[in-house]
Design a protein around this ligand. Structure first.
Ligand SMILES: Nc1ncnc2c1ncn2[C@@H]1O[C@H](COP(=O)(O)OP(=O)(O)O)[C@@H](O)[C@H]1O
Ligand SMILES: [Mg+2]
Length: 362
């Protein structure tokens, strides 16, 4: 039998109700050492509540938490936060204003003063702030303070690091650098990271695994590539980008559309489906005397539309079409140099391997 590595953090069937409302609904997540899992979902879906339960500052109504295979919380056991080897980093991290940077980092450590100093300096070196060890927090920029907070959170060598939107207080230019640096430090230390965010770009940039959360439930888990490219439903696709939706009816497990036929396995005759495609996966072709390009297996059948407007967005332009069929509006993302005038007639086709067919929900 193949040896199964033990997850650093295992969350099993976590449930939490507030005033009769199920806020965390059967959440299960595993994080391996040195791996980053992003808990991604819209505001209010239960991310922070989940994280607080794992940290031990709140308690689940049911479900089990283990760290390296040891139960830290269940129906019978409830270890306090400090006994879980779990580090925490929040957006509103607070450094102690009256302590110097090195003492802030060494604050939660055990051992002699000399040992604490040594560990603090090691981490400050790691985040590039060794030269600032003697300064006070107010003498540092926001980004530098964030790095001190990171060093402080890592200093006790937690086996698991829980991060709740830790980068959302930073301005855009700083954020990317600090994100990458943070990841590098955590990976080097072999820490398992559970990072909460509502931003798909942040999750895709940082995660080995994404757990997509909605209404208290994990609706999909997987590598960023898979979650992005094989969404479980329309809402999951829409969470990562703008989408186009074409409605259609099924006959014999097929649906006939102006863009050709699509498979709709398992949908009964007369059932409604929605065909979802992202604006960047529409192909644009010129009209030649009322004709578009020939159908291909890769791009299917083209359909004709008229440009309503085109918006320049730098590297890309977003072009809005009113399609000849049913006056449906579709948006296509194209390289920014292409800016067709309103009224231009063009042909659109859909990259077949980028289309998703979902049963319509009403
Ligand atoms: N202590 C609490 N008492 C009652 N309701 C709460 C409490 N904490 C969170 N909630 C509710 O639980 C839901 C999920 O909140 P939260 O976990 O903070 O979501 P997220 O972090 O995804 O934005 C929200 O509707 C919120 O109002
Ligand atoms: Mg939150």
């Amino acid at each position: 039998m193949k040896h199964q590595p033990i997850p650093r953090l295992e969350v099993s069937h976590l449930v939490r109700d507030f005033q009769g409302q199920r806020v965390v609904d059967d959440v299960s997540i595993r994080v391996m050492p040195g791996q980053v899992t992003c808990l991604l979902g819209p505001s209010g879906c239960g991310k922070s509540t989940t994280l607080r339960i794992i940290a031990g500052v709140d308690r689940q109504d049911s479900g089990t938490l283990t760290v390296d295979g040891e139960v830290v919380s269940s129906d019978d056991i409830h270890l306090p936060p400090e006994a879980r080897s779990v580090g925490l980093m929040f957006q509103d991290f607070a450094l102690f204003p009256h302590l110097c940077v090195a003492d802030n980092v060494g604050f939660g450590l055990s051992g002699s003063r000399k040992e604490k100093r040594a560990r603090a300096h090691e981490l400050l070196d790691r985040v590039g702030l060794l030269g600032d060890a003697g300064k006070f927090p107010h003498q540092l920029s926001g980004g530098e303070q964030q790095r001190v907070a990171l060093a402080r959170a890592i200093a006790p060598r937690p086996r698991v690091m829980l991060m709740d939107e830790p980068f959302s207080g930073l301005d855009n230019r700083l954020r990317d650098g600090i994100r990458d640096e943070t990841l590098e430090v955590l990976k080097d230390e072999g820490t398992a990271v559970l990072l909460v965010t509502h931003e798909p770009e942040e999750a895709m940039r940082m995660a080995d695994n994404i757990a997509l959360m909605r209404g208290g439930k994990i609706v999909q888990q997987g590598a960023p590539y898979n979650v992005y490219n094989s969404p479980v439903d329309k809402a999951a696709a829409a969470f990562f980008s703008d989408i186009n939706v074409i409605e259609s009816t099924v006959q014999g497990a097929l649906t006939e559309t102006p863009f050709g036929q699509f498979l709709a396995p398992g949908v009964p005759n007369g059932g409604r489906v929605e065909i979802v495609i992202r604006p960047q996966h529409l192909r644009i072709d010129f009209d030649r005397n009322g004709q578009g390009p020939l159908p291909t297996p890769q791009d299917g059948t083209p359909a004709r539309g008229t440009v309503q407007r085109a918006r320049f967005m730098g590297a890309e332009s977003l072009v809005e079409f009113r399609m000849d069929f049913d006056d449906v509006i579709l948006r296509a993302k194209v390289p920014g140099v292409f800016m067709p005038k309103p009224g231009t007639v063009l042909w659109l086709s859909m990259r077949r391997d980028r289309c998703f067919v979902f049963p319509a929900r009403d």
